[in-house]
Design a protein around this ligand. Structure first.
Ligand code: ACM
Ligand code: ZN
Length: 617
């Protein structure tokens, strides 16, 4: 990565008012995910009302071009389309020779004194080239009208590291309507993410219209409302209490979202979670529970742990139910993959169930884990007949997975690594890096979130989906990774965005950019610019963590060289040790081994979080 401009970290967009209207000079680009190659060149291009556009060999009705025209109009840039390339032109070109390195998603952007050329092998690549171009425009482009935008000349060449760049949304714990889902899809597109994993069913609600089983929606999609209480402290339901919290997507709404995603080159992967996480199913259709299970299941509205509800593995009508559900779901999602869940299925009921035990015996299975695998494989065979490949959480490995199943590794990366060695495709989404339902900063200073794990922006940025020690062939099975937004504690679109942003920026760079070009300081700075851009687009962005951290280098004379670090660009640290007064941190300092150093984080003139102490060894 060529960073000719990297040294000038503090120089940002300079706004200059001129007599002929608003003029803005973009002094430094801040593109996330970081392109593979960005080379600054001398000179500028001035984008103005006289700039034309030329769509070259891209069809006029092409989906990308329509999207691009709409976006440009939103920015009050409405370049007249011309029939041949001219100077002062924004050009969109499909390469006449396929550039193998760029592949289907890569692109180039060239800014010269004469104009801008965005080129790619495919419309998908062109779409990503345009997303990069949007990030080259001023942060407040969606709010302000500029007559002249001065763009420094450059050459960008870019393509993704991983094919699977996913972002997940749990709509069961809390239901999110069509408008929020579209906002998340817009964010994904801006950051070149291409797989939307939609967690549609769980203990807390069934969220997709199924005509054959109307009670899934009439009963399974609704629960009592406890949104005024902390998730962990939900009071019990009262007799006859109205089920006012919930909802589900009609098939038309699903089609609307799938089409919206397709326009942004995002595949939608529905998840129907079985055999566990099924309270919503079992309240609607209790006959699908185990033979001797007399539990009265209800759609859950608070913590449900351990999640004992499980569909009977020995009852043929369970398989018929799942197949019928798949028959209605598959036509709505024109993509290769269907997610079948498989996580956290507590099998105590199966151990006690005569039907499950009979099935285990008949099929000569070793245990309940193998019964789950058998069920998954039955559904896998069924959906394969309709051209689909299944994805399951890493528990599908416990009783053995078929060679074609894709494993989503969430309990660390171990399951995914084992699966890749066995030849299964893998999506890496380990909790400690990828679960955005956890706090992103010190919990004492954040709105309530899933406790006990801290997933800071920096932590996400340090994630590498590729496990060490895989052969080249095994590495090919690591399709990529994804971030997950479980919504127990997230009950509004604003909170969803707060938890997603800016961590989505880090995930996008992890999954797109070359590992060698990771640079935390550069990224941290770029995120500060993206925060402005996102806020100008009315997104709610998480504050980030103001907790500093320290690293130590022992010196030959026994002293310790202390370096302090911070996450949020613009943070100023003040530190003190012994009897010294507080001083501003300007770089590493030396202390005696064992010294306690107190650090105060300041941002925008205010102390944030609290004083942090470090013992330097
Ligand atoms: C999961 O987090 N239970 C996949
Ligand atoms: Zn059973």
């Amino acid at each position: 990565m060529k960073h000719l401009y990297f040294a000038c970290l503090l120089s940002v967009l300079t706004l200059l008012a001129t007599s002929c209207g608003k003029r803005v000079v973009v002094e430094k680009y801040a593109i996330i995910p970081e392109p593979v190659e960005l080379t600054m060149k001398s000179g500028d291009f001035v984008l103005s009302s006289s700039t034309k556009s030329y769509a070259g060999n891209v069809g006029q009705n092409d989906m990308s071009l329509k999207y691009i025209s709409r976006m440009l109009r939103q920015f009050h840039l409405n370049p007249v389309l011309v029939g041949k390339p001219e100077t002062n032109c924004l050009q969109f070109v499909i390469n006449s020779d396929y550039d193998v390195e760029l592949g289907d998603e890569g692109y180039t952007v060239d800014v010269t004194r004469d104009g801008v050329v965005i080129a790619a092998n495919t419309e998908h690549g062109l779409f990503y080239g345009f997303q990069t171009f949007v990030q080259m425009l001023p942060e407040d482009i969606s709010q302000k009208r500029y007559n002249r935008i001065v763009l420094p000349c450059c050459h960008i060449r870019d393509f993704p590291r991983f094919a699977w760049r996913g972002s997940h949304l749990d709509v069961s714990r809390h239901f999110f309507g069509v408008s929020y889902v579209k906002r998340q899809l817009d964010l994904m597109a801006a950051y070149k993410m291409n797989k939307f994993h939609w967690h549609l069913t769980d203990d807390h609600g069934w969220r997709i219209e199924i005509s054959k089983y109307p009670l899934l929606n009439d009963i399974g999609s609704w629960r009592v409302d406890r949104d005024d209480q902390p998730w962990g402290e939900a009071s019990p339901a009262m007799d006859g209490e109205q089920r006012s919290n919930g909802g589900y997507y009609t098939k038309d709404e699903i089609r609307e979202i799938v089409a919206y995603a397709a326009e942004r080159y995002i595949d939608v992967i529905p998840e129907v979670d079985f055999p566990g996480h099924c309270c919503a199913i079992l309240e609607a259709y209790p006959q699908l529970a185990c033979a001797n299970d007399d539990t009265t299941y209800t759609v859950q509205f608070g913590p449900y742990w351990p999640p004992r509800a499980i569909l009977c593995g020995g009852n043929d009508s369970v398989l018929s139910f799942l197949k019928n559900v798949m028959d209605e779901i598959i036509p709505l999602f024109p993509y290769k993959y269907i997610h079948v869940g498989g996580d956290e299925a507590v099998k105590d009921n199966w151990k006690r169930c005569s039907l499950c035990q009979k099935r285990i015996k008949e099929l000569k299975l070793q245990d309940e884990d193998q019964l789950q695998s058998w069920m998954v494989m039955e559904i896998e065979k069924y959906v394969k007949g309709q051209g689909k490949t299944i994805i399951g959480w890493d528990e599908i490995l416990d009783g053995g997975a078929s060679a074609d199943a894709v494993v989503m590794s969430w309990q660390g990366t171990k399951g995914g690594t084992v699966a890749a060695r066995r030849g299964n495709d893998v999506i890496m989404t380990p909790t400690e890096f990828c679960y955005f339902n956890y706090y992103q900063a010190n919990a004492d200073f954040q709105p309530p979130a899933m406790p006990n794990t801290l997933v800071t922006l920096r932590k996400v940025y340090s994630f590498d989906p590729m496990p060490a020690k895989l052969s080249a062939t095994q590495q090919k099975h690591i399709l990529g990774g994804q971030c997950n937004l479980w919504t127990e504690y997230i009950n509004t679109p604003e909170m969803a965005e707060y938890m997603l942003l800016p961590r989505l920026c880090a995930m996008s760079e992890v999954l797109w950019s070359p590992l060698e070009s990771r640079n935390w300081e550069r990224f941290r700075y770029d995120v500060s610019r993206h925060r402005q851009r996102l806020e100008c687009n009315d997104y709610k962005v998480g504050t980030g963590s103001f907790s500093p951290w320290a690293t130590y280098e022992k010196q030959e004379d026994g002293k310790v060289r202390v370096t302090l670090h911070w996450e949020v660009e613009g943070t100023h640290l003040f530190y003190r040790y012994g009897d010294e007064p507080f001083q501003r941190y300007n770089g590493p300092f030396l202390v005696d081994s064992g010294t306690r150093v107190t650090v105060l984080p300041f941002f925008h003139g205010m102390m944030r979080e609290k004083a942090y102490d470090f013992v330097c060894k």
